[in-house]
Design a protein around this ligand. Structure first.
Ligand SMILES: [Zn+2]
Length: 143
């Protein structure tokens, strides 16, 4: 009985943290906006032979959209992105940044187009709508 209870609590907390990391507020804002604009996407679909799972995937267009938190992904020059003084955090954030760059490069090498939306940019919904629309409507390779 005690065992079963513990397992239930454990799996519940596992589910909760999965939900938290996948369905974050900023990503939901972008997803709702995309939906209202009539764009249909896949969530966390595997691209490039299953190596990467971008946030929002437009398989037919071969485009992906990431929604990045300014702190965790180190939005350079943004006031939401201060680097804490400790070496632990500096290393951690530097690793996040390096991973993001490597991901971006692999996607682009595999022919995917990538749009990164930063959390701080969500405040301007008009801008966000224009940005998403022009990214998704433009022909491949067109700037
Ligand atoms: Zn920012």
């Amino acid at each position: 009985m005690a065992m079963a209870e513990r397992m239930t609590a454990e799996s519940r907390s596992k589910i909760m943290s999965a939900v938290k990391s996948r369905n974050t507020g900023p990503e939901m804002i972008v997803r709702r906006l995309l939906h209202s604009l009539g764009f249909r996407y896949h969530l966390h679909a595997k691209v490039i032979k299953g190596r990467l799972r971008p946030d929002i995937v437009f398989s037919g267009k071969k485009k992906v959209v990431y929604v990045h938190g300014c702190f965790w992904h180190v939005h350079k020059g943004c006031k939401g992105s201060h680097i804490p003084g400790s070496v632990f955090w500096q290393d951690k954030l530097a690793r996040n940044s390096a991973r993001d760059e490597a991901t971006l490069q692999s996607l682009q090498e595999a022919g995917w187009e990538v749009l990164v939306i930063w959390e701080c940019q969500l405040a301007d919904r008009g801008w966000l709508r224009d940005e998403l629309t022009s990214f998704l409507n433009k022909a491949k390779g067109q700037l």
